[in-house]
Design a protein around this ligand. Sequence first.
Ligand code: URA
Length: 208
Amino acid sequence: MQFDLFDSKTNEILDAKNYAEFKKLLAESNCTKCSLSENRKHIVVDRGNPEAKVLMVGEAPGENEDIQAKAFVGRAGQLLDQMMQEAGMDSNRDALIANVVKCRPPENRAPKQEEVDQCFPFLKKQISLIAPEVIVLLGGTALKHLVHNKGEFSMEKEAGKAFTHPDYPGTQFFVLYHPAFILRDPRKKPVMATHLQILKELISRVKS
Ligand code: URA
């Protein structure tokens, strides 16, 4: 995939032959394609298992992720790990976890469309190298930017549902509440626990 004829660094990352090469090139690229580069400490590529058949996609790195250069290692990530474990899954073994944008937005605001546009080719490359059977969309930002035919949607209606999309043949999507939402509204935790059971069943079906 060629992105910009004059941006040889981006093209080198997008031409990576395998996931390890892609991750190293992106993490070390000092990318300045959008203004999120101005305040970031690290480019956060992922966390978890690149061999897993499940890719979980969140919004953007937060403060802890920016410091540790790993996705979902702060409070939201810890809650995700705990809830995955309670559902009989291991986030580091059973999934690779990434984000729509790879650099922390100021004050943890949602990424702007122009920032997503600049970063999206990296997520697309990640998806093509991992070839996940299931893409789990963690929250509305991931759903909005990966799937463009939803129009206006409510997470209340989408969470816990699986669907396919013509842009990603052979991949099942599954929507979960973002764990940061559960931190803000713990009453939703039992609902998310039910959704994780549905996800587990979906994963066992696509793997068999
Ligand atoms: N929230 C996200 O969406 N991603 C992270 O990596 C951490 C918190």
